[in-house]
Design a protein around this ligand. Structure first.
Ligand code: ATP
Ligand code: MG
Length: 471
């Protein structure tokens, strides 16, 4: 088969010509070919294999590009990269790999194209197109990757046990591709992942997180998390989530399975936000429920303070996975901490509760609403409709409250200095008390967030505290 039409970008002719000048063969391989056939849009990265030195080929290609881009050489990996337009092009010499027990970094020697295709993770990632002048665009597909693309199957070219054991990151990649592409992992592969799941420990946390993020960024992230669970990988990388699995029953009372509930929430939120961190918040919003679960005869199952516990767990989880401990982490913590707040509002919307919600959530109130809407997984159609309707009202009221009282980034209408001046006070606890009373009155809707109203309330409160007004 010929795929010349995949190679219309001028760069492929330049690579072809450059390879010819160096008397070597070259191929475009992997993700670019796969995504072209799947019509997944134009690629942002292209991988080129040279039968010879990939670094030399990269340098030759750079010479033949009018603006002569810089070539970045990664000596330890024997690869080189250059940018063309907004595409990253990576060059590597065809290689044969052999692995040690304790590392995913193989011993490498030069090899043929076939050797290089053998070391690829999946049949659908081993597809190569010839870039030589004579056979430009010819497909080289030794493992029937095209058939697997059609059948939507993820499968390793060689023995899956060896493939996954050699480089356990491939287990994460298999699940990530299954999620992104909505493919099935072939049974032998799935079984091999189950057998090898413990080997995930030799993979750096950073690489695991890259794959987790890609799963979360997919259209239907639950595909990936269900596979992580099924293969036993989840308990190694996110034990907080595995711990949510299961339903307990005491005295005929059950609670819901919080793992499957969580996955529903993540799938629900996906169409409504591309914010990776909000998706993380959806994934983690209930993790505090495992350690706080209690049963009492009187009230049944409870998860007291699971939001607070959960937000503390977010920190520990981010730290363990070497994720950034920055404002993104704090955002996830805040969402988890506040994740139950709008629930009362889903049942009964009051002005003051909306005002308080806006006050506490601040600039993240819209994200919090998006999370809480996704959290509605009730199977009772009457409740489902009612909760969504009420959240719609909440969203309208948020806008209203915003216009009237601007509590989102609340600034007290009267400053401490003004209070001190009014009563001729030195810094003292009365100032804090008066400020608190004013804030409460605004949030309760008793007075508008304005100077005059706040000033009157201040005078009244000062009098109550026995303060005398200065002349
Ligand atoms: P995407 O760019 O969407 O992540 P991709 O398939 O292009 O998908 P890359 O990580 O860019 O993935 O890798 C490019 C190619 O290198 C893959 O298509 C595959 O052939 C090969 N590859 C990448 N990682 C591995 C691995 N861990 N084991 C074996 N082959 C791999
Ligand atoms: Mg790629």
């Amino acid at each position: 088969m010929n795929y010349k039409h995949a190679l219309q970008n001028k760069i492929f002719k330049i690579i072809s010509q450059s390879a010819k000048e160096l008397h070597l063969d070259s191929y475009v391989i992997g993700g670019f070919v796969r995504d072209f056939i799947l019509e997944r849009g134009t690629a942002k990265d292209i991988d080129i294999v040279a039968i010879g030195s990939g670094i030399e080929l990269a340098k030759q290609v750079a010479k033949n590009i009018p603006n002569q881009p810089k070539v970045q050489v990664f000596k330890t990996y024997g690869t080189a990269m250059l940018r063309y337009e907004d595409i990253e092009i990576e060059f590597v010499g065809a290689r044969k790999e052999s692995y040690n027990e304790d590392s995913r970094n193989p011993v490498v020697e030069n090899g043929s194209l076939q050797d290089d295709q053998n070391r690829r993770d999946f049949t659908i990632n081993a597809l190569a197109l010839d870039l030589s002048e004579e056979n430009f665009g010819d497909l080289l597909d030794p493992f029937q990757g095209i058939e697997d693309l059609d059948a939507k199957i993820i499968k390793t070219p060689l023995n899956p046990d060896i493939t996954y054991s050699d480089d356990p990151l491939r287990m994460m990649r298999a699940i990530r591709f299954a999620t992104q592409l909505d493919f099935i992992i072939e049974k032998d592969s799935l079984d091999a992942i189950k057998r090898n799941n413990e080997r995930i420990h030799i993979i750096t946390k950073e690489r695991i997180v890259v794959e987790l993020n890609k799963i979360l960024e997919s259209k239907k992230p639950s595909i990936g998390f269900l596979l992580l669970e099924e293969t036993g990988l989840l308990k190694h990388i996110l034990p907080e989530l595995s711990a949510l699995k299961g339903i307990d029953e005491v005295d005929g009372q059950k609670h819901k399975d919080n793992f499957y509930h969580t996955l529903e929430v993540v799938d629900n939120i996906a169409p409504n936000t591309d914010n990776l961190w909000l998706r993380w918040a959806a994934l983690l919003h209930d993790i505090g429920k495992a350690p706080t679960k209690r049963f009492s005869k009187k009230v049944g199952w409870t998860f007291h303070s699971h939001e607070f516990e959960g937000s503390k767990m977010v920190y520990r989880l981010f730290k363990r996975l070497k994720m950034p401990l920055n404002d993104k982490m704090k955002f996830v913590q805040k969402m988890v901490f506040m994740s139950s707040r709008p629930i009362v509002l889903a049942q009964d919307v009051t002005d003051s509760a909306v005002r308080r919600l806006v006050f506490d959530a601040g600039e993240y109130v819209d994200d919090l609403m998006t999370l809480c809407e996704a959290d509605i997984t009730t199977k009772n159609p009457h409740k489902f409709k009612k909760y969504h309707n009420n959240f719609k009202i909440v969203r309208e009221k948020i806008v209203e409250v915003e216009e009237r009282d601007s509590v989102r980034n609340f600034q007290p209408p009267i400053s401490g200095e003004e209070i001190m001046k009014a009563f001729n006070l030195k810094p003292s606890k009365e100032i804090g008390l008066i400020k608190e009373v004013i804030k409460e009155a605004i949030l309760e809707g008793e007075i508008p967030n304005e100077f005059d109203a706040a000033f009157q309330l201040m005078l009244k409160e000062g009098e109550r505290l026995g303060l005398t007004k200065s002349e």
